[in-house]
Design a protein around this ligand. Structure first.
Ligand SMILES: Cc1cc2nc3c(=O)[nH]c(=O)nc-3n(C[C@H](O)[C@H](O)[C@H](O)COP(=O)(O)O)c2cc1C
Length: 400
């Protein structure tokens, strides 16, 4: 019953209470197991380090095959957004337990200098993050730590709560390993998300990695009032995030991408940085469809307003690779955006020292390497995670 509740219970209701109650019980049980195993074989090094590492590698391999051969074929038979909600309910229930196991595992393994990174003044346990859009409302932050991510970006969050576009609005394109979405920034709004984060911060479940907060413009706010809209969200959330992202590149909010034009971007950066009193790293997320000249314009503003980094890239509006019968309005992600996103990263890192977070079409360790070789300091996953499942992170980290 409890497990059924965990898996399928409503996301915002009492199941968090059950998880909270279970947390110390499982923690106590795992402490006891550790004490017993240490008595049987007193602190033998291989037991504490090598054996767990081998188990981890083996488990990742099994998970990979299971996901691709069994779980994904079943999930892909159902509506994409329903599956997303089911996955979120699962992660909401099991997240705290996964998080605890991950902490237990990390305590046994030596910290790996190969995976740690310091970027824009923040320490990342590893450079593989969750991209914006998966956990828009910060509902399952502990799960992302449990799954092995080195950071997670919540949002996009807007000043006002909004339902997003009518459903259906999320479509898989398996022929090209892509996804088309026109979600339209469906989110609970800055106030509700801030309250949720404030609550989580007072618990041991607050993740031990940097949390990024991605901000967008409310649909009802006119474009010429965009800066005030971002400012409202930033002011409400600025004490809660480790870094912030100004998302001006989603194709699903009418006119939003015009905020990438020089005068609008200048005004937005000036307004938000003036309110950035504690100097939180402020990043901007750009579209893959910008011309080189437009990207250079963004770069010069990033430098003059002392932004901390650039996220490249969002989804593309170029649908030339999409088969006729799969055509939908929205942003295309996954393999079709991979090459262009790498090209954009290479262009930026050749011109500036501002750190770049590379995102777009990462489906394997080789794809991750391509982004790092292009100059990305950190990377993020979204569509690759849907297609490859949780084993993708372990594969990338092993190859680092
Ligand atoms: C369903 C879906 C929703 C997304 N929502 C957001 C969002 O709210 N904010 C944002 O900045 N990017 C959003 N993105 C874009 C991703 O963060 C990422 O930049 C893009 O998908 C390219 O990476 P990928 O090929 O690994 O998916 C979304 C992507 C998808 C597939």
């Amino acid at each position: 019953m409890i497990w059924a509740g965990f898996l399928f219970g409503p996301l915002n209701a009492g199941d968090m209470g059950v998880a909270k109650a279970l947390f110390p019980v499982v923690e106590r049980a795992s402490e006891t197991c550790r004490a017993i195993s240490n008595c049987i074989v007193p602190a033998a090094d291989w037991r504490l380090t090598i054996a767990p590492a081998l188990c981890f590698v083996l488990a990742a391999r099994v998970l990979d095959v299971l996901y691709r051969r069994l779980v994904r074929p079943i999930l892909f038979r159902f509506d994409a957004e329903r599956v997303h909600h089911l996955a979120m309910a699962f992660l909401h229930g099991l997240g705290p337990i996964m998080q605890m196991w991950a902490r237990e595992k990390n305590a046994r393994l030596l910290p790996s200098a190969a995976t740690e990174r310091e970027v824009f003044g923040l320490k990342f346990p590893n450079p593989v993050g969750l991209a914006a859009g998966f956990d828009k409302n910060a509902l399952v932050l502990p799960a992302w730590e449990g799954l092995g991510f080195g950071f997670a970006e919540i949002g996009t969050i807007t000043a006002k709560a909004q339902p997003g576009n009518p459903k259906p609005r999320l479509f898989r394109v398996p022929e090209i390993s892509g996804v088309i979405n026109r979600m339209g920034f469906n989110n609970d709004g800055a106030n509700a998300v801030a309250a949720r984060l404030e609550k989580l911060r007072t618990t041991p479940r607050w993740p031990r990695f940097p949390v990024g907060i991605n901000l967008g413009k409310s649909k009802v706010t006119p474009l010429d009032e965009a800066a005030a809209d971002y400012l409202h969200s930033f002011t409400r959330l600025r004490h809660l995030g480790d870094y912030f992202v100004l998302n001006v590149s989603s194709p699903n909010t009418p006119g939003l991408r015009s905020l990438q034009d020089r005068p609008a971007l200048d005004a937005l950066f000036a307004a938000v940085q003036a309110a950035n009193i504690s100097h939180k790293p402020m990043l901007v997320k750009i579209a893959p469809d910008l011309t080189w000249e437009a990207i250079d314009d963004v770069l010069s503003l990033v430098e003059s307003h002392r932004l901390a980094g650039i996220i490249a890239t969002n989804t593309t509006i170029d649908h030339s690779t999409v088969p006729e019968h799969r055509r939908q309005t929205g942003g295309l992600s996954g393999v079709p955006v991979r090459a262009r996103s790498t090209e954009v990263i290479r262009h930026i890192t050749a011109r500036t020292k501002v750190p770049v977070v590379g995102v777009g079409g990462i489906f394997s360790a080789d794809d991750a390497k391509e982004k790092f070789d292009a100059g990305a300091a950190l990377i993020q996953l979204y569509t690759g995670y849907i297609y490859r499942g949780p084993a993708l992170i372990a594969e990338i980290l092993r190859a680092l």
